[in-house]
Design a protein around this ligand. Sequence first.
Ligand code: SF4
Ligand code: SF4
Length: 265
Amino acid sequence: MDEEKKSMKRRSFVKGLSAWLLASGAAVQAQAFSGKIPGRDEEDQRYVGQEGKRFGMVVDLRKCVGCQACTGACKVENKTPRHHFRTWVAEYERGEYPAVHKVFLPQLCNHCASPSCVKVCPTGATFSRGDGVVMVDDKVCWGCGYCVNACPYDKRYFHPQSKTVDKCTLCAHRLDSGLLPACVESCVGGARVAGDLNDKKSQVSRLLAGFSTAVLQPSQGNRPQVYYIGLDGSVQNQVRGTVNLDDLARMRDGKPRREWQTAYK
Ligand code: SF4
Ligand code: SF4
């Protein structure tokens, strides 16, 4: 069956499923879809992932300089729409004058081992590959947004053109070609390290074994697979507190930060 026919079959399946869900009221109580998706080739590596591997990331916050090279590299690599990002670096101010310092917190989908987004997806569009990468099949996603609400990390967005949900894939297309995710490759400080957590000799495993690490919002129970070295306890549960992207947007629009305006006049 050629790709176009497969895609049409999937779309009509999703249409039929949505009609059934709406008619039965099941859509109100979102539940994970456990059936087989027509047209999805279970042998296809894009869906099953890399055998025997379990991907994750370690971010060494001692090395992050907040340059946003990762944010830009991801945007270019994954062609995310205007005003939407799959990864970014949040910026926080801590301390009291004159002992003030900045905390940078690179964020992305945590590729959780117990992902609440997968649990609520009613169509099976959101799923975990065997190697731990959490994906969205945009041919199956109907844009209901349950997963967006279910993600405690705010790491999903509604794509305005495709009308489906989008998020970080850990650059699965690059991993499957033996390359590193774009954010890792572009990280000027070497703060982002991605790799196989099942391989004890990989750099991620050695960092996890050698340093004390923490995850964001551990109480959510999602078991994130993005680990941080040097995570400031005051931001561990405050993932939404970014001012930095607003500042970038203002700079792009030619409007400097409020505190810079006097100097610009
Ligand atoms: S961070 Fe959010 S989108 Fe990513 S796997 Fe976890 S719950 Fe799902
Ligand atoms: S590229 Fe590396 S150093 Fe720069 S902001 Fe991203 S994580 Fe931090």
